[in-house]
Ligand binder design. Structure first.
Ligand code: BTN
Length: 267
């Protein structure tokens, strides 16, 4: 089959990115994370990148669907970090931070809702899905999946998402170049990934905290096991959210859906 312009240009572009060691670009794929995981299991090296123009079965956190129309960024990175296993989830903080900083280069203020929803004006613009396999004290591989509403006309999304999502195109009201966005993103990601590999985790969390609007807020967290409410007081050095309940108990939460009380009441 003849290569599309998207595949040709994106492959060529990825060859110029230092961080990218191997790339697989598709016009349409079920899920870039699913393909990246298969490649990782077969031994794909760190810096392998899978990109699709659209996805038919894009996956979100908690097995949700990630709508993936044309114009979005659907990207998965294979990493093999040499850091303690309990620090793996910090990679999703790192990815959210890199996306938020990339968005900032367009003069748009992005915020991060714990753990890794990137939002603009309270609407979701990007999400991160981390999938990994442990091998003793470190991970054998980590796939960092990034879905970003870049040049998406919001009408391409379902009615439900149209009210809760935004895109960079919708925020800047001018054309946004796909490869330029990726170039900035990879530059920033590479910078923080070097810090991560040096195990300077507090530096990453300190930067992440400058973007989050979760800390200090009254939140409701739905985990797989329970729903808890309280004040989000801090994030610990492994990415756990520290929540102070109304009974004064301090709970440590690794993963969950975070809802803000002030937004719940206005909904
Ligand atoms: C979330 O629920 O917020 C995470 C969404 C992650 C979506 C991205 S799109 C690229 C990669 N491939 C997938 O199937 N999912 C991730």
């Amino acid at each position: 089959m003849k290569e599309s312009t998207f595949v040709k240009h994106t492959t060529l572009f990825l060859h110029s990115v230092d961080f990218v060691k191997n790339s697989f670009v598709f016009d349409e794929l079920d899920s870039t994370n699913a393909t990246a995981k298969e490649l990782a299991k077969k031994g794909a090296q760190e810096g392998t990148v899978v990109i699709a123009r659209t996805q038919t079965h894009g996956r979100g956190r908690f097995d949700r669907r990630w709508e993936s129309p044309e114009g979005g960024v659907y990207l998965s990175l294979v990493l093999r970090p040499q850091v303690p296993l309990e620090k793996t989830s910090l990679l999703s903080f790192l990815a959210a931070l890199a996306v938020a900083k990339t968005i900032a280069t367009y003069g748009v203020q992005a915020t991060i809702k714990w753990p890794n929803d990137v939002r603009v004006n309270g609407k979701k613009i990007a999400g991160i899905l981390l999938e990994s396999e442990g091998g003793g004290s470190t991970s054998t591989y980590v796939v960092v999946g990034i879905g970003m509403n870049l040049a998406i006309d919001l009408k391409q999304l379902s009615a439900e998402l149209q009210t809760t999502s935004t895109s960079l195109l919708n925020e800047v009201h001018q054309a946004v170049d796909y490869h330029k966005f990726l170039q900035t993103f990879f530059r920033i990601f590479e910078h923080f990934y070097a810090i991560y590999q040096e195990q300077r985790f507090s530096n990453i969390l300190a930067e992440w905290k400058t973007f989050t609007d979760t800390l200090g807020k009254q939140v409701k967290i739905q985990t797989i096991a329970e729903t808890v409410q309280g004040t989000a007081v801090d994030i610990d050095e492994s990415g756990f959210l520290l929540l102070r309940t109304s009974e004064g108990e301090l709970k440590k939460i690794l993963s969950g859906d975070c809802l803000y009380f002030d937004e719940l009441h206005h909904a």
